[in-house]
Design a binder for this molecule. Sequence first.
Ligand code: NAD
Length: 241
Amino acid sequence: MTLREIIDKSNKIVFFGGAGVSTESGIPDFRSEDGLYRQKYDVPPETMLSSAYFYSHTADFYRFYRDKMLPLSAQPNAAHKKLAEWERAGKLLAVVTQNIDGLHQAAGSKAVYELHGSIHRNHCLACGKSYTAQFIADSTGVPHCSCGGLIKPDVVLYGEPLDGATVQGALEAIMAADTLIVAGTSLTVYPAAGFVDYFHGKHLVLINRDATPLDGKCSLVLHQKMGEVLGALPSYLPNEK
Ligand code: NAD
């Protein structure tokens, strides 16, 4: 079956995505050729994005975070937009994403499970007051709350657990899906990568530029660019093909 035929027949699609979904919006992923992990840093990005580093080297964490993790001018691409249309058309149950950039919501998606949190939520560790990503981008040094407390992004850093309610919602959606599209992820970050094992529906589809450990288990594997593949499919909205 082609992807078009699979999508035509599916009404409970769940999309499980990673950093590769946003590269066509100009945000580098981690492990591709031009990804962040191939760039040279004195301290590896995994270390700089860890909970231990956040608390022990807070100023260095924020220097890296502001520079590399806050792409505030990025816009949703054809893939984000098509998924939002499928949700509106009643074909897609949910997007489960490892991304923290908020581009699915910017495209109009409502049911989005952000396994690794979001750059758009930040809060004071002392009083809980919320701050925008723009506030963090505009700050210098270590951002502090009006109460003097340290502000932390609601991003799941290495060494931190995933949010329980988000995990539950994501797994319930995956278990209810008739088609699971896994896309733009190297499937190397756990526990998120293990979530695809909860899928027991009909069609497991993989869209990823590079090969992944899941390729052999899928009914359809497309080693292509996400925006081009999803952009070419119908929206299924009334009055549109
Ligand atoms: P990854 O960098 O490990 O893998 C990305 C995969 O996407 C690669 O296998 C690559 O071949 C593929 N890819 C890249 N561009 C593509 C395209 N246009 N079309 C199809 N495939 C494409 O990413 P990961 O598995 O998501 O793990 C990285 C972790 O880093 C995640 O936990 C995520 O939270 C975080 N991250 C997030 C962002 C973001 O929010 N945009 C960006 C970088 C990293």
